[in-house]
Design a protein around this ligand. Structure first.
Ligand SMILES: Nc1nc2c(ncn2[C@@H]2O[C@H](COP(=O)(O)OP(=O)(O)OP(=O)(O)O)[C@@H](O)[C@H]2O)c(=O)[nH]1
Ligand SMILES: [Mg+2]
Length: 382
């Protein structure tokens, strides 16, 4: 079993290059560290991908073991400092030597000095790469420590299967097919998440393709062009549309359109902290009693921001969440973490800009599980 000294903890640093990552580490810890592992990865900020280096290191506790390693690092560092052509080869050679040292350290120290079994460290990294929240990662790790046997921990396939099943258990699906009263569907959410686009996809899927009559009620008179966007789609679908700005008008629209199968309500989006607009929209809808409310959140949103949005829109008493723009994100651990921590459920995803019914798939566990990275092909069969 790979157990160790509880005082050793592993840390992570990233940088655009190995040199920058090392500099960052040295700024914080001086030279008192050993690199355990490094690897290139793609970071994503504001939808832009960027190649970076991730370095796993530990603060040195055993000087003798790290002397040669430290020397190699110095060589790389010195070579990297010189910028003339040709030094690239020196860096490459030094990197190869460093790689050997790392392998040695991994084989000796890493497995014998870590406070956690190496399989648990591996799972931690996979979950982190998938953007699961720290709390969620702790939940899975606690299950591993309490439910997996030592034999299981030596079997990567078995552990990954266990973890995938536990993840699957935390995904909450809201089955819209089972909703009985589908007359009124209200879509709320922050600005730009794709509410209006989602509404039109939804109208196709749940209305037009099922031969149901649709009426669009637009509450977005706050934004210039707010009506034009949805009007264009309403015309294409042959559906009526009305933009209103008061609760009385909303009441009237509902009375006048009793014969319609579905009334779909579009609302204006504002920043997650713009509580005033949220409240105004809620006031206008106060007369609508039975409705199905969808909170639309972009799947690209950071975990902490999703938490805030979920709380800010609680006032609408929404039934489920639609995670939009799934096509723009690699990692969906944030979505699963939020379900686990808040108990909220997901009814649909949207995964493309085209306004077609195929781009609003009904939520299924396999849809999320298939997107997890680091599980080989195991999650493809779930
Ligand atoms: N990649 C991708 N883009 C999407 C998706 N859904 C919507 N969009 C894009 O997101 C942008 C905003 O879409 P809207 O439907 O106007 O968003 P909204 O939430 O109604 O915006 P506001 O009314 O201003 O709050 C548009 O460029 C859409 O094409 C999706 O599933 N995937
Ligand atoms: Mg809109």
């Amino acid at each position: 079993m790979d157990m160790v000294d509880n005082n050793v903890s592993y840390l992570e640093e990233t940088g655009d290059t190995m040199e920058i990552a090392i500099k960052n580490i040295e700024t914080l810890y001086g030279g008192n560290y050993d690199i355990i592992h490094y690897e290139p990865f793609e970071s994503k900020k504001f939808f832009k991908k960027k190649k970076q280096i991730r370095v796993l290191f530990k603060i040195r506790t055993n000087k003798e073991k790290s002397d040669s390693f430290s020397q190699r690092k110095e060589e790389i560092y010195k070579a990297a400092k010189k910028s003339e052509k040709g030094n690239f080869d020196i860096i490459l050679d030094s990197m190869k030597l460093l790689q050997n040292d790392i392998t040695e350290i991994k084989n000796s120290n890493f497995s014998s000095n870590s406070s956690e079994h190496k399989m648990i460290l591996k799972i931690r990294k996979i979950l982190d790469d998938n953007d699961f929240s720290p709390k969620y990662i702790d939940y899975i790790v606690t299950k591993l420590k309490t439910e997996a046997t030592q034999g299981d921990l030596e079997n990567e396939q078995k552990i990954k299967e266990l973890v995938l099943n536990w993840i699957s258990d935390t995904i909450n699906i809201y089955d819209y097919d089972k909703v009985e009263d589908k007359k009124t569907a209200i879509f709320v959410g922050p600005t730009g998440v794709g509410k209006t686009t989602t509404i039109v996809k939804f109208a196709y899927k749940e209305g037009i393709s099922k031969n149901k009559s649709i009426f669009f009620l637009n509450l977005d008179n706050f934004k210039i062009g707010g009506e034009e966007q949805i009007k264009t789609y309403a015309d294409i679908l042959g559906a009526d549309l009305k933009t209103v700005s008061s609760s009385d008008e909303v009441k009237k629209i509902f009375l006048l359109n009793m014969d319609k199968d579905i009334i779909i309500v579009d609302t204006p989006g504002r920043g997650p902290n713009d509580y005033d607009i949220v409240k105004k929209v809620q006031d206008r809808l106060a007369c609508v009693i039975d409705y199905e409310c969808f909170l639309v959140i972009a799947g690209t949103t950071k975990y902490k921001d999703i938490e805030k949005i979920i709380n800010n829109f609680e006032i609408f008493n929404y039934n489920s969440i639609i995670f939009s723009k799934i096509d723009e994100t690699f990692a969906i651990g944030n979505i699963i973490s939020i379900m686990y921590e808040t108990g909220k459920s997901v009814s649909f995803f949207t995964d493309g800009q085209s306004v077609v019914p195929e781009n609003i798939p009904k939520a299924e566990k396999s849809y999320l599980l298939n997107r997890l990275i680091g599980f080989g092909d195991l999650n493809k069969f779930l």
